[in-house]
Every structure is written in C-alpha cells, then in structure tokens.
Design a protein around this ligand. Sequence first.
Ligand code: F6P
Length: 327
Amino acid sequence: MQYELNCIGILTSGGDAPGMNAAIRATTRTAIFNGIKVKAIYRGYKGLISNEIKDFQTENVSNIIQRGGTILKTARSDEFRTPEGRKIAYENLQRHGMNALVVIGGDGTFTGARIFAQEYNIPIVGLPGTIDNDLCGTDTTIGYDTALNTIIDAVDKIRDTASSHERLFFIEVMGRDAGFLALNSAIASGAEATIIPERKTKVDQLKELIDNGFRKSKNSSIVIVAESDITGGANGLAERMRIEHPEYDVRVTILGHIQRGGSPTAYDRIIASRMGVAAIDALIDEQRSIMIGIVNNQIVHVPFTKAIKDDKPINESLVGVLQILSI
Ligand code: F6P
C-alpha cells in the first residue's frame, strides 16, 4: 500500500436521502472491522471546514438503519467551493489524522470531492445518495426507491379524490432537471401521462392524451410533472390547461420535501449496506476518486468525472410502456 489507511472520515452532503444512515452504518462498521478508525464529519464539507468532527464507534451507528434523513446532518457549502475553504478543510483532515474520506451525496458532493482529492492528493470514495437517480454509471442511487414508493403512495390517494370529483390533476415531483422519478412513478401509479425535461411534450399533445382518457373509460386524469424550468412545473402546465381548455376541472399538488423523508425501503437499505462495504474495500484496494455504483445488481467503480456528467439517459422504452398502458 502506497499510503497509510488507518483513519477515515465520513460525511453526507447535499440533499438528504433515505438510506444515507444505512450507508453511514455500513461504512463505519466495515472500517472498524478492518481495523480502521472512523471520524464522523457533521454538516458535510461545511463541518469539515468548521471542524465539527467526532470519533465514531460501532455503537454510534446502532439503531439507525431504519431511519430516514442523515444522522450526520447535511449542508451545501459555498466556502468549500473556494481554494481558501478547501485549505482549511485539508488542515482539519490532517489535524484529526484522517488519511481518506468517504463522501455520500450527489453530483455537487462529487464535484467538490474531485477537486479536493486532486488538490491535496487525498483518496476519496463516493456513495451515490440522492433521490434524483441522476448519477451516471449506476442503475440506481440510495434513496431513489424509497422516494418512488413515497410518490406512488401519495398519487394513489390523490387518485381517489380525482376520480370522485372527475378532475384532472397535475402532480409535481422532485428530480432537479431529471425525469427518473416522474417517469417511473407515472408507470407505477397508472398515471395518464408524464412531463419530463428529457422529452418535449406540447400542451396540445397532452390534451389529446387526456381527452382520450376521459372519452373512453376514465373519469379522472393524473399527469406527473418533473420539477424543472424546462417542463414549466405543475403550476405552469395547469395554468395553460385552464386557459386553453377550461372544460377541465384542474387541480395541482406539489409533493415537495415529503419525497425526501421516511424510513428507507428494504431495497435502499440493502444497496446502501452493500455500497458502504464496497467503499471501504475500494479504499483498501487503493482506489480513489471513484463513486461506488450498482449495475445489473453488481457493484461497480465509476470515476467521479463520469458519475457527474450531465447526461444520464432515461430509458426510452419506459416512455412507450407508459403510453401503451394509459390508453
Ligand atoms: O437533489 C435532491 C433534491 O431533492 C432535488 O430533487 C430538488 O430539486 C432539491 O434537492 C431541493 O433542494 P432543497 O432541499 O435545498 O430545496
């Protein structure tokens, strides 16, 4: 081994995601199992700069696998974007004797990690923790499955009232310019259509879809809209429908941060546990600047540069599945 690996730091950064705690637990316990000390860094890169760091033992991660959110707290740090901020972060890393980092988060987290690792020659491994599922090189991210289940639970309830009142609902889901949550929740909840940033849908096309639905057998319609300036969001679309097609009784629900909370599903707990173990294995194996991913149910290593590329494609065949099933 070219470098000492006797103490690692763990942090969570960016938007929280259900399953982050399972990942913290797995990473901590695997490190300790391998004789590596663990330092918990609170509030992401912000806490690394402000020195909010504490020793972790196995008992610090007891009874957390089932909890949503992150026990390490999370933050978005503007200071870490500056060389001065990263210098202080590095000094704190040294002060605590950490010689590697495991960072859990999304593209912002890995962008910061990539620069930090390069500047100070630090081994850093990332775990994909975001409900958006927008990281390249992995089939899924920690938190995505739980968020999908939360969405379909909410949509099922909205369907009850939508059909009682014979209304058209636009339901906005999260995703930060990515349509994975919207498209898959639309299929899983039997929605009539989805509007996602990856595919342009004109209001006229949408109207045709909805008309078809109402004309044939349905007395309600649900359209899942991905939040994004490109889609115009649920409010924007609903406004246009109201003006251009006043015959519909339109309502809007924005699901918001409810999608980020809750106890992780079994699937998220399992992938978070597997990925946490894989992160420590990768560090022992002298890997650095990689994200742990899952492809075809196998652990893979994805360079940060690839993971944060802005082009994770949606599965086009799923759009066809939704169209066929919503006739
Ligand atoms: O990246 C996760 C996410 O929940 C996005 O889907 C959403 O756009 C964003 O975070 C919301 O961020 P905040 O909690 O800072 O409002």
